[in-house]
Ligand binder design. Structure first.
Ligand SMILES: Nc1ncnc2c1ncn2[C@@H]1O[C@H](COP(=O)(O)OP(=O)(O)OP(=O)(O)O)[C@@H](O)[C@H]1O
Length: 625
């Protein structure tokens, strides 16, 4: 990754590290030689000057080197981080279905990979080069030490070995601890987000549950902290032991050196070199421990990153997919059994239904009947456990999911509200049209949202976000609705328009619809509750438009408002994951089943409302009396 991110930088980093490694040893030797020259009583001016100049040069490099190395390391880390992040998210795109994103353990892995994956490769490279540098410095000093006392050299190295082994063990424990507290930290994060989430704020305040959630968050933090403290204490104990051992060894060595100097066994230069070498080897040993432990820990955490990169695709994609081509006959669900995981109950139990080419099919049924699940299987977000979904007779499993999805236009029940501009919110429906303002506006007009969008402070370029402010650098913003935007039902704009623009639920839903319209003529149009957030008038208008749009096209509509599905060519009623009734609106009413019952209830509701409205003036009069 480092190599891919920048060869020149990696080489520069390596060369600089090597240079920094030999500096301390060079300084120590120069100092020894100078001292020996002076202590010898016949200092040669030329030699002393040369050694002095070398020492001064080394001093300059010592002063500048760390900053340059730091810059190169950071720059290299930034570039590697970019490559790592790109690879990670490219890998998540391989999961063509939804199952991976619903698996908590895998989500934890992705979170760890995100948290550590970007920085880890840079840190490993840095630690590896740092380790190489300390090894070189340490080796230089060690050789120097051996020239004076091989025993001393062996003692210093021997004291460093247990410390290294202990630190590696500790780092494995730390990585395991971080993995272990992952779910706890995820819950803490969830509560923290909830406490400042604008959508949650209403309920939190009304129900007075803020303090309760805060306590739950604190409990998660306390649990995570307890684990971290336990690990820290263990590290403290082990490090105190290894540190004391190393210090005792070095202290003994220093005593021995000073005594031998007092005895006159060694020269002044030897003593200086000895002192520098002991300190240097020890610094190198502890530096090596730090670098290796950092690298080790990062490599362990990097395992999560690699696990995401190497994870099997959630849905098998054939190496040579069958080209399905434009829909000609229709789509068929054949005895489809599906559950979200082996631990979940069946969401679909032997569902068979057909959406004929050019036909408008509607799905109706109670909450949890399995309607949206059918939609997800049609888009191959999951594969059925038994049975199959066929596109003109071809099993979706044999098709390329990208080709399948390119043939589908959809408004999902849980559509997205992108914190992006209005134009982008529509344009994401078809990237080819993202910058085609004409097409974006046409889609918005069809979805009945053009007036609202053009009335925004920056029109289609207005940022629709509660998180990000609008582009402030583009000059002043004209407040208030412009063009043909209706002032009364326009969105709420904070302050000068550079802060978030708040759209209503229905306006967001229209944007989602515009996004689907932008996809234009797709083979299959799926509308899962496309008008649930709209007022009666808007709903009528939208369904009128949809009726036009669906005419002669293959479409699947899901709606709880049975008035909206009555025009479908064919209505399929699901209950408990089974198809319990199907037919036309009139046919289903005549058979007096679930559909007829639900329709009667809805019609009754409207009638009662009408009766109440009719009674209202009388009630008011009687109240006045
Ligand atoms: N991601 C999921 N993981 C586990 N179970 C799920 C998931 N999504 C839906 N279910 C379950 O599958 C069943 C069918 O859900 P589905 O969303 O298809 O119903 P629906 O008919 O669309 O309901 P509604 O009318 O409320 O939208 C329900 O019992 C639901 O709890």
């Amino acid at each position: 990754m480092a190599w891919r991110a920048g060869r020149g930088l990696t080489i520069a980093f390596a060369v600089l590290s090597a240079l920094m490694a030999v500096l301390p040893v060079t300084i120590a030797w120069c100092t020894k030689l100078v001292l020996d020259e002076i202590a010898g009583g016949r200092p040669g001016a030329g030699v002393t000057a040369a050694l002095g100049a070398a020492l001064a040069g080394c001093g300059v490099l010592t002063a500048l080197g760390p900053q340059i190395v730091q810059y190169v390391r950071d720059e290299s880390g930034r570039r590697i981080g970019l490559v790592a992040q790109d690879s990670l998210f490219r890998a998540t795109e391989r999961f063509v279905g939804l199952a991976r994103f619903e698996d908590p353990a895998f989500l934890d892995r992705i979170r760890m990979a995100q948290q550590y994956g970007g920085a880890t490769p840079g840190m490993v490279v840095s630690a590896a080069l740092g380790a190489a540098r300390t090894v070189m410095t340490g080796a230089g000093f060690l050789v120097s030490l051996v020239t004076i006392s091989p025993w001393m050299a062996a003692l210093v190295v021997g004291a460093a070995v247990p410390s290294l082994a202990a630190e590696l063990w500790l780092s494995r424990r730390r990585a395991a601890m971080l993995w272990g507290i992952g779910p706890v930290e995820r819950r803490e994060f969830f509560f923290g987000e909830l406490l400042v989430n604008v959508q949650a704020a209403k309920e939190l305040r009304l129900f007075g549950i803020g303090a309760h959630l805060r306590r739950l968050m604190a409990a998660q933090r306390r649990a995570a902290n307890a684990e971290r403290s336990r690990t820290d204490r263990r590290e403290l104990g082990v490090q105190a032991l290894t540190g004391t051992t190393a210090a005792l060894a070095t202290g003994g060595g220093l005593l021995w050196v000073l005594l031998s100097a007092a005895n006159g066994t060694g020269g002044v230069g030897d003593v200086a070199l000895f002192l520098a070498a002991v300190a240097g080897v020890q610094a190198a040993a502890s530096g090596l421990v730090v670098e290796l432990v950092t690298a080790h820990q990062q490599v362990l955490l990097f395992g999560h990153y690699l696990a995401v990169l190497d994870a099997e695709p959630d849905l098998p994609v054939p190496a040579r997919p069958r080209r399905a081509g434009p829909l000609r006959r229709g789509i068929e669900l054949k005895d489809v059994w599906f559950r979200y995981s082996p631990g979940h109950p069946w969401a679909l139990r032997g569902v068979s239904l057909t959406i004929p080419y050019g036909g408008a099919v509607a799905l109706a049924g109670r909450n949890g009947a399995g309607k949206s699940t059918v939609v997800k299987l049609l888009c191959r977000m999951y594969d059925p456990e038994r049975g199959s979904v066929l596109w003109d007779g071809i099993d979706l499993r044999e098709m390329d999911p990208a080709e399948l999805r390119a043939r589908i236009g959809a408004v999902f029940q849980d559509y997205m509200e992108y914190d992006m501009t209005a134009a982008e919110n529509i344009g994401l429906g078809d990237l080819a049209a993202l910058d085609d303002r004409g097409r974006v506006e046409a889609a918005a007009r069809r979805a009945g949202v053009h007036g609202v969008v053009s009335g925004l402070p920056r029109g289609y370029d207005t940022m629709l976000s509660r998180i990000f402010a609008g582009p402030a650098a583009d000059g002043p913003v004209e407040d208030g609705p412009a063009a043909d935007g209706p002032a009364e039902d326009g969105p709420v704009v904070d302050g000068g328009g550079d802060v978030g623009v708040h759209l209503s639920g229905g306006q967001w839903q229209r944007l989602a619809l515009a996004r689907a319209y932008l996809r234009g003529e797709r083979d299959l149009l799926i509308l899962d509750e496309p008008s649930s957030g709209l007022d009666a008038e808007a709903e009528h208008e939208i369904h009128q438009g949809l009726r036009e749009h669906r005419r002669g096209r293959t479409s699947l509509l899901i709606s709880h408002r049975l008035g909206a599905v009555r025009d479908a060519d064919h209505i399929v009623v699901l209950d408990g994951g089974r198809v319990v009734e199907q037919g036309t609106h009139t046919g289903l009413l005549a058979c007096g089943g679930i559909y007829a019952h639900m329709f009667a209830l809805q019609a009754e509701g409207y009638r009662q409302r009408e009766d109440r409205n009719a009674d209202a003036p009388r009630d008011r009069l009687s109240g006045a009396r």
